[in-house]
Design a protein around this ligand. Sequence first.
Ligand code: FMN
Length: 187
Amino acid sequence: MDAMECMLGRQSTPAALLAEPAPNDDEILTLLETAMRAPDHGALQPWRFLIIRDGRRHDLGEIFAAALARREPDSGPDEIEKARGKATRAPLVLAVWAEIVENHPKVPAIEQVVATAAALQNLLNALHARGYNAILVTGAPCYDENVKAPLGLAPKDVLVGFIHIGTARDGAAPKKRPNPAEFLQIW
Ligand SMILES: Cc1cc2nc3c(=O)[nH]c(=O)nc-3n(C[C@H](O)[C@H](O)[C@H](O)COP(=O)(O)O)c2cc1C
């Protein structure tokens, strides 16, 4: 498939509609070659990826549930269960974060997050190119130290999101996209 055609065909799939097959660990490594081509000021390579599949998704669910209970102690059992279930909707979850070099003389933290987000977008396109479906999600867990710490992040690091990955149960109609002309000016 032509690269433009491929990128123009990518769209997210809700996590609840993602089923097997998901890429295996070797395929993820191959797909991540595209992430290594992201623009990267200072060649800091800030991007980090963590594969969470099989039973480890349940461990992630427990982390989400415990973090919600601490963040919002009034949460009821249904809310806690919902938080728990967010980790197990798709067969594969990839946590993506920026390992931040603090006080870098030339590359502020925001640029390290931008580089990681660019790497993440390359990966989303690569997943699509290989016939997989995915969605990036964040939500309160991404900004919760009680989620970051058990995944191995330091407080300075930025959890950019969780990519839920699999194969869409049903084909979705192509989304209507905005007209780029509305976002472009000529100076
Ligand atoms: C940083 C970031 C965080 C996001 N977090 C969520 C989220 O928590 N839940 C969600 O349903 N979509 C979230 N989205 C949106 C989806 O990833 C996706 O972009 C959106 O559903 C539009 O689909 P599209 O990729 O086909 O345009 C997030 C997007 C970005 C860029």
